[in-house]
Design a protein around this ligand. Structure first.
Ligand code: IMP
Ligand code: MG
Length: 172
């Protein structure tokens, strides 16, 4: 088993500082509800909100998608739903990675029905080559190749989330 560094701790930190500045500017004078999509986004979310100047509400959501259809949100199982009522609020979803886009498409569809004032997405990573369900990523950390990555919140079978960098996992 080997792990090669794909995105260093320093690169991640620098990118997050830029994204945090953009968010501060875009939401100036507005209340913002940050929704951390569990489990993978917990590291990115905690670093991002600490680089922001503004005060935010933070809530958590956990969902698992199953099936390949995106026609309705019926194929999304909500394991943990928001406590906060987002009607009329500005909402920013925080995700670790958009791969096929199935999970986020479903989450966005579901949260849109609750009539937030706005709903945007920040994702640390985007695997363009694998994207099947187009998801508008308003704040993107890095585009990556079609590789299985771990670290900085991302796991392989529940492990390696604690790594401070994004690495590529390979057997042998
Ligand atoms: P999607 O619904 O296909 O976009 O899948 C997104 C979810 O799959 C992410 O939130 C991750 O939990 C997981 N995932 C996708 N690619 C990777 C990867 O390279 N490493 C670890 N988890 C991944
Ligand atoms: Mg995830």
């Amino acid at each position: 088993m080997a792990i090669d560094v794909l995105i260093s701790k320093e690169s991640i930190e620098n990118r997050i500082i830029d994204i945090a500045k953009e968010i501060d500017k875009d939401y100036e004078g507005k209340d913002l509800v940050v929704v951390c999509v569990l489990n993978g986004a917990f590291v990115f979310c905690s670093d991002l909100i600490r680089k922001m100047q503004k005060h935010v509400y933070v809530d958590f959501m956990k969902a698992s998608s199953y099936g390949e259809s995106t026609v309705s949100s019926g194929n999304l199982r909500i394991d943990l739903d928001l406590k906060v009522d987002i009607e009329g609020k500005h909402v920013l979803l925080i995700e670790d990675i958009v791969d096929t886009g199935l999970t986020l498409t479903n989450i966005i569809e579901r949260l849109s029905k609750r009539n937030p004032a706005s709903l945007k997405l920040a994702s640390l990573l985007f695997k363009k080559a694998r994207n099947k369900y187009p998801v508008p990523i308003d704040y993107l950390g890095f585009d990556i190749e079609d590789l299985f990555v771990i670290g900085y919140g991302l796991d392989f079978a529940g492990k390696y989330r604690e790594l401070p960098y994004i690495g590529v996992y390979s057997e042998d």
